[in-house]
Design a protein around this ligand. Structure first.
Ligand code: SF4
Length: 63
């Protein structure tokens, strides 16, 4: 699935990075970097956890 983040909503609290570090990472300026455009069978579950955990509902998964 395609991963998108609304950067206007993101507050850079790194919850998604903690759950799916292979996909989400805060850079040195605390700016969220999405390292993969799509989920893989290996990352699907952890990205779904990140979607559920994001307090700003900033992460979207689209078919
Ligand atoms: S969990 Fe949500 S608010 Fe936090 S860094 Fe990730 S996208 Fe941004």
């Amino acid at each position: 699935m395609r991963i998108t983040v609304d950067f206007d909503l993101c507050e850079s609290n790194a919850l998604c990075e903690a759950l799916a570090p292979e996909v989400f990472e805060l850079d040195d300026d605390d700016y969220l970097v999405v390292k993969a455009e799509h989920t893989t069978p290996e990352t699907q579950a952890s990205v779904e956890q990140a979607v559920a955990a994001c307090p700003r509902a900033a992460i979207r998964l689209e078919a």
